[in-house]
Design a protein around this ligand. Structure first.
Ligand code: HDD
Length: 705
């Protein structure tokens, strides 16, 4: 057989010199600093483009070990996604103690002011699968792993301080109900369907959580702008064995912020990765997000006097009753090197606690302590998942556990059992009654039975309190969210059953929802197991009341064209930077624009790919000529109309009248959410105005347009 001539030669493509392979494809070969590709076992690879064949057009040969290894490994790339919280995004950082808690706990990480421990945090949605979109209406996971000197401590929380159910035995039902329906496999990442609301309508203990998820907490603007909560009551324990109850809070230094529902719907199309991209961009830009860890501390006396059971995870303790005491700061300053190795393989377990921290008898927490360890085995495939670098402790550790799939640390030497009589170093690690973990010796008594405490029976009071604590804008959002969701429910009886619960919870809310659903008669109120209390509002429960006092970390979208006023743009750039915010040019072409002074400014987005939902505020800054062109462009019209409808602050120049009018807005009727940019000094005023984040007074009129 004659050998075919080789087509391998060097060609220049753009700014790169590359090899051309026998199929005409281009690729680089190892030279200089470029390392040689190898098999898993280090054998150098000569050709990564062609399988080994018998003859140029001949059959592929089984002998090709490089091909077989490559495909074999590829075939096994996927591991089961998490049964809940499948879609998530993680980052590294540290926890720094600012206010030691040595008076209430011997936990090593909480002793010395200024001391830092490494941290890894994974944020997530709950219901959607791994590839679902970020702006689902859902709770968000907020799972923190602290690599302390006494072992790993996981606080596996959410951005909502309460939960749907009181007992872990109901978790599979609750999750089945919210996930896609099993026959049709939809809807994906949405609670707006019959099964979910059917379950909810039969589970009144979920009412408090429902208020939270239907509020704007269910559609956060970014992971950086949401709170985190440990949810359960835990125990802090001193070396002397004194215990104090504790609830954990993470408060974002960046302030709270959410989007509106219509924006969320559009964001999911415009950028399904909106939240993960936001975290990535912020950390890469050195804008490290930060949260303050706080604790609510209380004793048995408070627990006994409190209206609810502190073991009931569907209830919170208002901050007005027990203030949040600051403890430290969590800073995320490094993205992962590899998503799979770290974010996908990180294994959080509620059972991961350290000396000085302990569980309580919360029946949800007790059940979780089984579930997480179990699920990691299924997901990661081996009891040795703790050997993965992301899961391994960063302090010394010595176990006598051995073997199993993928064992990377086995005991050294002869001794793998205890007690043994070898003594000293040779005898291996031994238990340590002084420093070892000791469970708080809580007294236990009672009959063995499947029951729930009477004190768990009030399901409406805190839900009502939450609703009452919101601003009118936020209350409207809750009403609209429930109307939206129930309008997707096909079974009228389910809708009516939910409204019955709402009626027990808050009559006006029930009435608004009933009207929105077109229900002729308000269904009777659901009979409560315990008459609801009328609790006072709590300001800490509202997002709007806890916004930032700065526009830092937010993003302005500037709609610009060739000829855009350079002085105004430069002033905006400066004011934005001074505020710690970012600015992105949205232009007719991705190549960017040339301003009035001939300066070339690159574009961040081409207009059709850069709708205003991607930004916290927008500026309309085209030239006069550009403005005329944009006035004929549907994407430009939507850019303006959406920014207006989503109550965003809008900066504009006089020449944009035609564009505004296409979006249904006239100069003379513009509200206070618009700032005219007439001189460079007004640019600063615009950015300062944006600190309020949204111009909420506009919202009521938006629906009337
Ligand atoms: Fe859970 C994952 C938070 C109740 C069973 N849960 C998971 C994650 C978070 C939470 C943040 C993702 C962790 C990560 O990023 O890897 N879960 C909560 C909160 C709850 C809660 C705040 C109530 C207070 N969970 C809960 C119950 C059970 C589970 C009652 C079971 C009885 N959760 C799991 C799980 C998951 C999980 C099946 C799926 C993937 C994983 O654990 O690692 O074990």
């Amino acid at each position: 057989m004659t050998k075919q001539p080789s087509h391998r030669d060097a060609v220049t493509l753009g700014d790169q010199t590359v090899q051309r392979g026998t199929g005409g494809e281009t690729h680089q070969t190892a030279q200089g600093d470029v390392p040689t590709l190898t098999t898993q076992l280090g054998v150098p690879v000569a050709d990564n483009q062609n399988t080994l064949k018998a003859g140029t057009r001949g059959p592929s040969l089984l002998e090709d070990f490089h091909f077989r290894e490559k495909i074999f490994h590829f075939d096994h790339e996927r591991i089961p996604e998490r049964v809940v919280h499948a879609r998530g995004y993680g980052a590294h950082g540290f926890f720094e103690l600012t206010h030691p808690l040595s008076d209430v706990t011997c936990a090593d990480a909480l002793q010395r002011k200024g001391e830092r421990v490494p941290a890894f945090v994974r944020f997530s949605t709950v219901a959607g699968s791994k590839g679902s979109f970020d702006l689902a209406r859902d709770a968000r996971g907020f799972a923190v792993k602290l690599y302390t000197k006494q072992g790993n401590w996981d606080i596996v929380g959410n951005n909502i301080p309460v939960f749907f159910i009181q007992d872990a035995i109901k978790f599979p039902d609750m999750v089945h109900a919210v996930k896609e329906e099993p026959d049709r496999a939809f809807p994906q990442a949405q609670s707006a369907h019959d099964n979910f609301w059917d379950f909810i309508s039969l589970t009144p203990e979920s009412m408090n959580m429902i208020m939270w998820v239907m509020s704007d907490r269910g559609i956060p603007r970014s992971f950086r702008f949401m709170e985190g909560f440990g949810v359960h009551t835990f125990r802090l324990v001193t070396a002397q064995g004194k215990a104090t109850y504790a609830k954990f809070h993470w408060k974002p230094k960046q302030g709270l912020q959410s989007v509106v529902w219509n924006e969320a719907v559009k964001l999911n199309g415009a950028d399904p990765d909106f939240h993960r991209r936001d975290l990535w961009n912020a950390i890469q830009a050195g804008q490290y997000p930060e949260w303050e860890l706080g604790v609510q501390l209380f004793d048995d006396e408070f627990a006994d006097s409190f209206d609810f059971d502190i073991l009931d995870a569907t209830k919170l303790i208002p901050e007005e009753l027990v203030p949040v005491r600051p403890v430290g700061r969590l800073v995320l300053d490094r993205m992962v090197d590899n998503f799979f190795a770290e974010t996908e393989q990180v294994a959080f377990c509620t059972q991961n606690i350290v000396p000085g921290i302990d569980f309580t008898n919360d029946p949800l927490l007790q059940g979780r302590n089984f579930s997480y360890l179990d699920t990691q085995l299924k997901r990661l495939g081996s009891t040795n998942f703790t050997h993965l670098p992301i899961n391994a402790p960063k302090c010394p550790f010595h176990t006598l556990q051995q073997d199993g799939h993928m064992a990377m640390h086995n005991p050294k030497g002869r001794v793998n059992y205890e007690p043994n009589s070898w003594g000293g170093q040779e005898g291996g690690p031994r238990e340590n009654p002084q420093t070892g973990f000791k469970s708080f010796p809580a007294e236990v008594s009672g009959l063995k039975e499947r029951v729930r405490s009477e004190k768990f029976a009030d399901h409406y009071s805190q839900a009502r309190q939450f609703y009452k604590s919101q601003t009118p804008t936020e209350q409207t959002h809750i009403q609209q969210a429930i109307i939206f969701e129930l309008s997707k429910v096909e079974t009228p009886a389910i809708r009516a059953r939910v409204v019955s619960h709402l009626r027990t919870l808050h009559t006006e809310l029930a009435q608004a929802v009933a009207t929105g659903l077109g229900l002729k008669d308000l269904p009777p109120a659901a009979p409560p197991a315990r008459p609801p209390l009328d609790l006072p509002p709590s300001a800490a429960l509202s997002i709007v009341k806890n916004g930032p006092n700065s526009f830092a970390g937010r993003k302005i979208g500037v709609l610009a064209t060739d000829g855009t006023d350079d002085a105004l743009l430069a002033a905006l750039e400066e004011a934005t930077k001074a505020e710690g915010a970012t600015l992105e040019i949205v232009a007719p072409h991705i190549g960017g624009i040339v301003t009035s002074t001939g300066r070339h400014v690159p574009a961040g987005q081409r207009l059709p790919g850069g709708p205003s939902v991607l930004y916290d505020a927008v500026v309309l800054l085209p030239s006069e000529q550009g403005s005329k062109q944009l006035a004929t462009d549907a994407d430009a019209r939507d850019f303006v109309a959406d920014a207006y409808a989503h109550a965003k602050f809008i900066g504009y120049t006089p020449c944009t009248a035609a564009l505004l009018s296409k979006a249904g807005l006239e100069h003379k009727t513009l509200d206070d959410g618009f700032v005219a940019l007439t001189s460079p000094t007004t640019a600063k005023k615009f950015v300062t105005t944006c600190r309020a984040l949204r111009f909420w007074p506009r919202e009521a009129s938006v629906h009337a347009v």
